[in-house]
Write a protein that binds this ligand. Structure first.
Ligand SMILES: Cc1ncc(COP(=O)(O)O)c(C=O)c1O
Length: 394
């Protein structure tokens, strides 16, 4: 058994990391030396089998065109079976170099100009840009936030879904940034509303391997035959195994007609996994579980650390404890600040680079999102800086 050391500080400044780039920190957060706790990747080394497989592939020395090999597809099929008990077939999988490209192509394929796509804000903000940059409209069904808990507004969803211009729903499952793992009952109710109104469900399950006990992820397509035939499930090893820079994702579409339509659009740019993407996914899905289990334990401890810290040292701030993801959602609304004042406080006084809640759409105001996939010492440093910046305010 390999024991991984997630406490190890690894300097990412000399790599091409966007999270740690001085230029980005300066442009986005006004301070090139701020502690980067924003974009969703991890400051941890990948699982050893992935590193070994990539080194071995690099040493081969020939880096020509790749393809979706049987082994690549089988690794995704076996992963769904192993982690979620979902039986999928190799033929159902389309490759894209990330979920964002997939969502873009999905809108281009299934919407006409002026059509509407449902989202539930506050939500992963590129959803908003993808819809509007494809000349479609956002049909927002804001999540209900009550006593620190988030739920779906089903009555409003039904009203929005009934509009004949509503063609798609982008479901974030689990939900970034509020950290909800939707229960099977919630997904059923949501799916029934969409299917009844001919709204195709696009379930973005990129965070679905990062679930905290005792929560349990339900793949949308696993719920029933009807749900399987009316959905597109977007999956990827990139968040789970910290492979975002290798650009690999698996778009699962059991319905042949829907799959062919999307595939037809995708073939216009002729994409196949690059050699490193393939090798990394195969190693991750086939040999990465030992690392993942240790990662989940470490992340859960980091989350407990934040929970204790916030309760004891920043009692006016409220942590919305995520059921999944390594992103925590902090409610600063009790401080009496405006969004701009809160932003300035984090950027100029705390010098911690967090994502402003308002970028996630309506309902995100006066929140900040913190990425806690980093060594605990760095997390502690960031929280202490935030605590100090609140001196005299909270
Ligand atoms: C919900 C969600 N979808 C998609 C992505 C990005 O996916 P990709 O890097 O595969 O384009 C992220 C990254 O944070 C995310 O949180």
């Amino acid at each position: 058994m390999t024991i991984y050391n997630f406490d190890e500080i690894i300097d990412r400044k000399r790599t091409d990391s966007i999270k740690w780039s001085k230029k980005h920190l300066k442009e986005k957060f006004n301070e090139e030396n701020s502690i980067p706790m924003w974009i969703a990747d991890m400051d941890f080394k990948a699982a050893q089998p992935i590193i070994d497989a990539l080194i071995s592939r690099a040493e081969h020395g020939i880096y020509g065109y790749g393809h979706k090999s049987e082994e690549f597809l089988e690794s995704a099929v076996n992963w769904q079976k192993k982690r979620n008990g979902w039986d999928i077939e190799k033929e159902w999988i389309l490759f894209t170099p990330g979920i964002i490209p997939a969502l873009n192509f999905i809108v281009k394929t299934f919407c006409n100009k002026g059509d509407k796509v449902i989202i539930q804000s506050p939500v992963y903000y590129p959803f908003l840009n993808i819809i509007t940059s494809n000349e479609c409209h956002i049909a927002n069904n804001p999540l209900i936030y009550d006593k620190g808990e988030y739920t779906i507004n089903f009555a409003e969803l039904e009203r929005i879904a009934k509009d004949s211009r509503t063609k798609l729903m982008f479901l974030c499952s689990p939900h970034n940034p509020v950290g909800r793992v939707w229960t099977e009952a919630e997904l059923k109710q949501l799916g029934e509303i969409c299917i009844k109104n001919n709204v195709l469900i696009v379930s973005d399950e990129i965070h679905s391997d990062l679930i905290f006990h005792p929560n349990h992820h339900t793949p949308f397509g696993k719920i029933s035959e009807e749900f399987r035939m009316n959905s597109i499930v977007c999956t990827s090893p990139s968040k789970t195994f910290n492979l975002a820079g290798l650009q690999v994702s698996n778009i699962i579409i059991p319905n042949e007609r829907i799959r062919n339509e999307l595939n037809h659009k995708l073939t216009t740019i002729d994409i196949d996994p690059g050699s490193f993407a393939s090798v990394a996914q195969i190693a991750a899905y086939n040999e990465g579980e030992e690392w993942l289990e240790q990662l989940l334990t470490y992340l859960a401890e980091n989350l407990d650390f934040i929970d204790r810290f916030v309760k004891e040292r920043m009692p006016k701030v409220k942590l919305i404890k995520p059921e999944a993801t390594y992103l925590a959602w902090l409610d600063f609304s009790n401080l009496g600040l405006s969004d701009l004042e809160l932003q300035q406080l984090m950027q100029k006084k705390a010098k911690v680079a967090l994502d402003d809640g308002f970028i996630f759409g309506a309902g995100g105001e006066l929140f900040q999102r913190i990425n806690f996939a980093c060594p605990r010492s760095l997390l502690q440093q960031a929280l202490e800086s935030i605590e100090k910046s609140l001196n005299g305010i909270a």
